[in-house]
Design a protein around this ligand. Sequence first.
Ligand SMILES: C[S@@+](CC[C@H](N)C(=O)[O-])C[C@H]1O[C@@H](n2cnc3c(N)ncnc32)[C@H](O)[C@@H]1O
Length: 735
Amino acid sequence: MNPPVATPGELFESALASHRAGDLESAGRLYRQVLDLHPEQPDALNLLAAIDMECEHYASAADLLRRAIAVSGSVPQYHCNLGNALQGAGGLPAAAAAYRRAIELQPDYVDAHSSLGFTLARMGEASAAVACLDAALAIDPDHFFALNNLGDVLSERGDLDGAADLYRRAIGIAPNVAELHTKLGVVLREQGRLPEAVESLLAAIDTGDAEAIAYWTLGSLLRRSLPAAYDPELERHLLGFFAATGVDHVDVVEFATELVKLKYAEDDGFTARPDPEFVVHTLLRDPLVQALLIHSVVGDAHLEILLTRGRRRLLLDGIDGIGGGQAPVGAISALALQCLNNEYVYSLEEDERARLVALKSAIESHDFREGEPDAELQRTILLFSMYEPLAGLSCAARLAAVPRTAWHEALASVVRRGLHEPLQEAMLAAEIPAAGRLEDPVSRAVKAQYEDNPYPRWMTPAYRPPGNLHGILAGTFPGFAPPDILRGPVRVLVVGCGTGHHPISIAMRYDNAEVVATDISRRSLAYGMRMARELNVGNVRFVENDLLNLAALDGEFHAVECVGVLHHTRSIEIGLRGLLEKLHADGVLKIGLYSASAREPVADARERIEALGLTGEGDDIRRFRQATLEAAEGDPRRRILEYGDFYSMSNCRDLLFHVHEQNVTIAAIRELLRGLGLRFIGFESADPTLAEEYGRLFPEDRGMDDLSRWEIVEEEDPGAFAGLYQFWCTREAAG
Ligand SMILES: C[S@@+](CC[C@H](N)C(=O)[O-])C[C@H]1O[C@@H](n2cnc3c(N)ncnc32)[C@H](O)[C@@H]1O
């Protein structure tokens, strides 16, 4: 007997039941069966369109809704849904017309008012959008979508009080939406209400669903402040920050370091008498200290002295044993990772060297054919890894062949980062294509330095709110009208890209960008290649090239960025001319150069280094650093301790022991640009107080593009450009 045939009504009921149960596939199939029997059944057309929209098939949804309207043109919901489908398909004016028709049919249709407002905002018709969203809220003051979107429109128009009020009302309705807390935090930051902004951003992060922008905004606030007192709640949040992935931890490192110092400010072992026992048994076991050690380079003189003593105690006394229970192996592992991050910059004494020789020989003479490394060997490797990279051992290849699961968990990251990653980079270095030859003697000497010490060793890319280059520059420099070519797609050349932090960060930030990154140091490029692969960034290509020979590269670029490089070449001007040859006629150039006035403490340190006859070798760098760290409070030599680059080996070499460098002044930049027919667009600084100061001195000059005025800002604060002069320029004749 055949099964009974379902009637259209029964099919429709089953479709609805599946739809309600979230089984979209069955629901869709059943609605189609209804439509096979009754092709113009409007409810089936409408509901099938809803499913299509869930699957982002907006064009077919719009077709279905038009058919429903052809049959039942007076149902407001069909018109509103058609508006949604058209909006999804990108047809904004047609979507607006559909919403308007829905409102004509039902004047108090709140969703239609609200969606029309959203659509008009997307069309750039802000005033009309505000009127629609207001109308929606007049019908339903708690309409979440209208509150949220009106907040966005007001925020974009600069009505920050209004926007904050609306976001707060929306939060009242939906307290766990990270996006709302984030937007409120951003608005409060703009208003200068910093503690409240921090609170909102922390609330966003507490939802467990915050996006990178929340962390970045919070980081930008914490970067500007220090905690007033130890606060366990703040500590909890910072731990969450370090545990988050896809987030740049650098911004909160100083803040977190200060919190640690406040936490132990009363402790004798921390302050009066640096005590290795205290370091091993208290400091190194502190979760926030461990997070800092693992994820950053700790740039604090006092902490470095403590950690150096703790490391020495651990090495000389040994540990009870992995698996033995008593030893803080997690703490040793964190310290080993810190030493890896700072490239073993801490000083060490003769007895430590002797012990290391013994450990090294025990590791290198181990017979790896006898099976997996036992606890004693693992202990030895862990101690050794606080002082030297595992990849430098003669048995590195055999160690790398040990299955990763054989390592104690305390060693897993140490082995990955100290052994597998450098070995992988050595392989990648062989793959890097080269463009042109390296002949210039200065370039050769500089290359040798960066092959020994690739700069910088970084762990996370810099996050900045993404966008197209046109929008980013227009937003950063109010006096500059970027050329249309920067709307994308853009080709960007990063010259002297070092270890890839710069090109990878912009490849992730700029929409629709293809980035070519060059450097003379293969080891630096290999680090960048590995990081790009790990981060899944496919739009960067690394090429070995001397910037004095850029003609060997193919094509021209819409933007050329070269930060911290030209001052290490034979001539800044010749280098700049080379960059211009690669720049599109309307393209933009970003340059970073050393400031003579900000680097006065550096010049002073370099003089001392020269007088002492120290070289750029690791031990000389350690010796010089140790003497500086031990200088008495108030000693002018301590000024250099304020530079973050002091705290890791390659950065310290770059800062104080460079084989070739040249500082410039703002006046020299002005002359240089004039001579090359370039127009100064503006300085880009991570420190917002600089722009604030310019604005205070010259409130009428919103463009902030007058180098003579910037000279005055720098005269007031000679250290203002300690993080380089970073500026954008373009050809006078461009545009
Ligand atoms: C201080 S690092 C800056 C790295 C990167 N731009 C950054 O800001 O992180 C200087 C880099 O410039 C590279 N460099 C120096 N002279 C160069 C030249 N003539 N051509 C290409 N790269 C050069 C070095 O190898 C080094 O990686």
